[in-house]
Ligand binder design. Structure first.
Ligand code: CP
Length: 309
């Protein structure tokens, strides 16, 4: 059993815990495919969604996941809450705790914010992305998508190309995939590679060709225009030409390779439109896997809350 109050980062999870999350996510997916969207694992529980940054996929899939499990769901947009009046994160957490919330699902621009919240509230905290740090449920849904295609993650070559420096998805995938036996190769302009990521196990490549050669998974990452400082690369057109993935480069990957992207995509920048819409693309499967993974995370955290009552 996942013995945790919170799910904050894959850096904290063991291989066994990740395997359990993926197994339960597989079960949840079977429920969804069978049209079973009124489960009762979280009946009588409340989940509050607290997003300090924009989102389409993560926010909606957490909401659907909690509702499909039978929870009551509250949505708080930071701009319309007392945060806008200067309330601190810890005080917001205490307020939500006093209302007997069972789960707080938070996205925040500051890395580490969910750790602070988790330490100060009784509710279970789920990190829906914290700054440039981690996005654990995104990496779990990415791993579920890979596992469904390949059967296992052991020995896979996963090539990640794009804005790695600003990417919480890259870090969570690096932590999770290595624990599950995959190898993570990375390629980006030097200015978009975080210092020391090779010390965490990433295999840094000196060309797109080296990254893509015999890859099982080709994962593009969004160029995060909102987090760029001037000068990381000359222009989006030049990024696309010299660092993006096109159909010709894709042919270097294994015949059974798949294309992934966490979204939102800058179409024609990190991946060409043809690559995004390619028959090997699993981008829409990733979105569907997202609901199942978030159902699994909520169910397992709830099981532990019940067990420790
Ligand atoms: N992948 C991802 O986190 O997408 P959103 O920003 O739309 O949630």
């Amino acid at each position: 059993m996942l013995k945790r109050k919170d799910l904050v980062g894959l850096i904290d999870l063991s291989r066994e815990e990740i395997a359990e999350l993926l197994d339960v996510a597989g079960e949840m997916k079977r429920h969804l495919v069978a049209g079973e969207k009124n489960l009762s694992y979280l009946k009588g529980k409340t989940a509050t969604i607290l997003f300090y940054e924009n989102s389409t996929r993560t926010r909606t899939s957490f909401e659907l996941a909690a509702k499909y499990l039978g929870a009551t769901v509250i949505n708080i947009a930071a701009g319309s809450s007392s945060v806008a009046k200067g309330e601190t994160l810890v005080d917001t957490g205490k307020t939500l705790d006093a209302q007997l919330n069972d789960f707080l699902i938070m996205r925040h621009p500051m890395g580490g914010a969910p750790y602070l919240l988790a330490r100060t509230v009784k509710a279970g905290v789920l990190n829906a992305g914290d700054g440039m740090n981690e996005h654990p449920t995104q990496a779990l849904l990415d791993m579920l998508t890979m596992k469904e295609h390949f059967g296992s993650l052991d020995g896979l070559k996963v090539a990640i190309l794009g804005d790695i420096k600003h990417s919480r998805v890259a870090k969570s995938n690096l932590f999770g995939l290595q624990k599950m036996g995959a190898e993570v190769y990375m390629y980006a302009p030097e200015t978009l590679i975080p210092k020391g990521i090779d010390k965490l196990g990433a295999k840094l490549c000196s060309s797109r060709e080296e990254a893509l050669e015999n890859a099982d998974v080709v994962m593009g990452l969004r160029i995060q225009l909102e987090r760029q400082q001037a000068g990381n690369f000359p222009s989006l057109n030049e990024y696309a030409e010299f660092y993006g993935v096109n159909g010709k480069l894709l042919s270097l990957a294994k015949p059974n390779a798949i294309i992934m992207h966490p979204g939102p995509v800058n179409r024609g920048v990190e991946l060409t439109g043809k690559v995004i819409d390619h028959e090997k693309s699993r981008i829409e499967d990733q979105v569907f896997s997202g609901i199942a993974v978030r159902m699994a995370a909520l169910k397992l955290l709830n099981d532990y809350r019940e067990y420790t009552k």
